[in-house]
Design a protein around this ligand. Structure first.
Ligand code: ADP
Length: 660
């Protein structure tokens, strides 16, 4: 029983561990998944960024390549124009260039004094604006180009329709002298429109901005801002300009979000189910603990039982034996469980009886009050067992076998036997004592026939000595001598019978004869004590009893009655013995008119060695009661209310008739 709390705390600690581990695992798994998602996201962003940079670099190169191509062509034209004075050359080449580069708005030829010499196409709006040299930026670029003697881009500038332009100026030298300037006017939006391929604008928004975030040109399909953008200097044409490329495509996070949501949901689900499992496991542990303590309790109870328990199935096979039964028989449980008759603990000399009893039990006809049987221990020793058989009913109410509780009653039997022998000895002693007490009366009683015999004998001798003896005179005397001898013999036989030691044996006996014998015994004493004896007994059926024992009882009661009347006037000393037959028993009453019994001693009357007499032994009534109870009858005492003295006692006894 003590181990139950220990087990309980141990298992709950184990349970806590068991439940913490998966929780920890799930938290770690969740963290790992989120980290993985973050990494994926991060990688994707990195990849997107790398792709963007690659694309931007490509675009910038493409533009540079295009601008460089135009620049080369313009420089070639400038060189040619420096050497030749063919006026048609400009138009020819410019037309060719315009045809190949739709992004060029106009190609202008200036002279050294910054005057427009020619322009292709001549009617384009910039022509109007350029005169006189448009915004100052262009003039500045013209100066720079003419001073440095090499290609120069103008700073971007807006014209009235809010379009941004840029010019590329290439000086024309003739024999190391500036003779003019060639300029290509690029509207920046057209540059983007023609040079940024369609697939690029599908992915990105392309802008040309300066460091003040002024937007000069845009190519896009969609308005709005993406998260991812990249800028690189757009130099040439200008150190102030930047190509800004913005990715439309904001990384599509919906799948990730879905995944995260699914993971969170799943984790929540797992936590929830863990919670349920935790509850279930707790319940289970509680139930297990309860079961364990119940089991421990039952095992402890079982082990401490001194009654042997044995269960058999419906076929008579042993299915269980408890430690007490094993101790009783000396066999181990393993040696007994599974065994079918004959059982190893059956005494070989009683195999048949044991088997018959076994069959009776299996048939469900075992006596409900139990039965006694001789069993054999493993060491061959026999022992008396008291067996109670009961049906074995399982949890579903089904009869599954037989359960027996077995008591080793050898010791009890031995004690009972000893007590019985002692009782017998006591009874015998009591009879001897009674006889001792009656010896003088009996001697006196015996003296009478002996004296009569002696006097008849003397009379006979006298007749014979007279010499004329007539046998007719002697005969009656001799007959009387015979009668007196018979009387004396009867007295001696009675005494002999009474003090003879014999085993108690019940046989049918007539109570009338027993009473008569007793009266014969006490006759002399009654005479001596001047006690009148009345006997009113109807014809009684025989009872199954030990005659000697009944005689002892009656003698005891009659003598007690006589002694109780010692103080009563002689005329009122009366003992009445009456009897009656009932349905199932017959009763006998011994009534006296003696001193009666005081209420305070009534309870102690039948206890051994209780006496009120100076020389009494006090065992008479206790023996009487045990004898009557041995015969399954009752012995009790009442006041004699009809006594002539006003006091007196009635001792009554019953004897069952069915034993007859
Ligand atoms: P004992 O005769 O040796 O004393 P018993 O057991 O026969 O032992 O009697 C016990 C006591 O019961 C007697 O001492 C006596 O006091 C009382 N007793 C027995 N029979 C009678 C009776 N008929 N009337 C009054 N007292 C009685």
């Amino acid at each position: 029983m003590n181990i139950a709390p220990h087990l309980s705390s141990g298992s709950s600690r184990r349970l806590r561990w068991l439940l913490t581990l998966p929780k920890l695992g799930i938290v770690l798994l969740l963290a790992a998944l989120i980290a993985l998602l973050w990494l994926l996201h991060h990688n994707e962003a990195e990849e997107d960024r790398a792709a963007l940079i690659k694309d931007v670099l490509w675009l910038e190169q493409n533009l540079q390549f295009h601008l460089n191509g135009n620049e080369e062509q313009l420089q070639l034209l400038a060189m040619e124009m420096g050497h030749s004075h063919d006026r048609k050359l400009f138009r020819l080449r410019a037309e060719h260039m315009l045809k190949n580069s739709p992004d060029i708005a106009q190609i202008i030829q200036f002279d050294a004094a910054r005057q427009i010499v020619d322009a292709m196409p001549a009617t384009r709006p910039p022509e109007r604006d350029i005169e006189p040299f448009g915004p100052p930026v262009t003039a500045k670029a013209f100066d720079m180009a003419s001073r440095l003697g090499k290609r120069q881009y103008s700073e971007p500038f807006f014209l009235e329709d809010n379009r941004a332009f840029i010019e590329m100026l290439v000086p024309i030298f003739s024999e190391r002298r500036l003779t003019g300037m060639l300029a290509i006017v690029y509207p920046l939006d057209t540059l983007l429109a023609s040079q940024v391929p369609w697939w690029f604008t599908e992915k990105y928004k392309v802008e040309i901005v300066d460091d003040n975030d002024i937007r000069y040109a845009t190519k896009t399909y969609i308005e709005g801002n993406g998260d991812l953008r990249y800028e690189i200097p757009f130099d040439p044409p200008s150190a102030q300009l930047f190509l800004r490329v913005t990715s439309y495509h904001a990384p599509d996070n919906s799948l990730q979000r879905l995944l995260v949501a699914a993971i969170v949901l799943l984790a929540a689900g797992v936590f929830w189910s863990l919670w349920l499992v935790r509850d279930l496991m707790k319940k289970r542990v509680r139930a297990e603990d309860a079961l364990r303590s119940e089991h421990a309790f039952r095992a402890a109870m079982e082990d401490s039982l001194t009654v042997g328990m044995r269960a058999r199935d419906l076929l008579g096979r042993v299915v269980y034996v408890n430690p007490a039964f094993c101790r009783m028989t000396g066999f181990d449980a393993e040696e007994l469980v599974g065994r079918s008759p004959p059982m190893p603990y059956w005494a070989p000399e009683q195999l048949e009886e044991s088997y018959a009893m076994h069959q009776i039990v299996l048939a469900g006809e075992a006596p409900p009050d139990g039965f006694e049987i001789t069993f054999m221990r493993k060491n061959g020793e026999r022992f008396q067992a008291l067996v109670y058989e009961a049906k074995l009913i399982d949890g579903n109410g089904k009869h599954t076998g037989w359960m027996a509780s077995i008591l080793d009653i050898t010791e009890r039997k031995r004690t009972e036997e000893l007590a019985r022998q002692q009782q017998e000895q006591l009874q015998f002693t009591s009879r001897l004592v009674t006889m001792g007490e009656m010896a003088s009366t009996l001697a006196h009683e015996l003296n009478q026939p002996l004296a009569a015999i002696a006097s008849y004998n003397t009379g006979c001798l006298n007749v014979l000595n007279g010499g004329q003896a007539d046998p007719r005179d002697i005969r009656p005397a001799l007959e009387k001598i015979g009668l007196q001898a018979q009387r004396a013999g009867k007295i001696i036989r009675r005494v002999h019978d009474f003090v003879r030691k014999s085993e108690p044996k019940r046989a049918p006996c007539l109570l009338g004869e027993v009473i008569e014998d007793c009266l014969g015994f006490v006759e002399a004493e009654a005479r001596k004590r001047h006690v009148r004896m009345e006997c009113d007994i109807p014809p009684l059926p025989p009872v199954l009893a030990d005659r000697l024992m009944l005689e002892q009882v009656l003698l005891n009661l009659i003598r007690n009655a006589m002694e109780a009347m010692a103080g009563v006037p002689e005329s009122q000393r009366l003992i009445r013995i009456t009897g009656a037959v009932g349905d199932s028993e017959l009763s006998l009453h011994v009534a006296d008119s003696g001193s009666g019994i005081a209420p305070e001693i009534r309870a102690k009357l039948f206890t051994a060695f209780f006496t009120t007499k100076p020389e009494g032994m006090g065992i008479g009534l206790s023996i009487c009661r045990s004898i009557i109870e041995f015969h399954r009858g009752r012995l009790w005492v009442e006041d004699n209310l009809q006594s002539p003295t006003g006091s007196g006692t009635i001792f009554s006894l019953t004897l069952p008739l069915e034993t007859a």
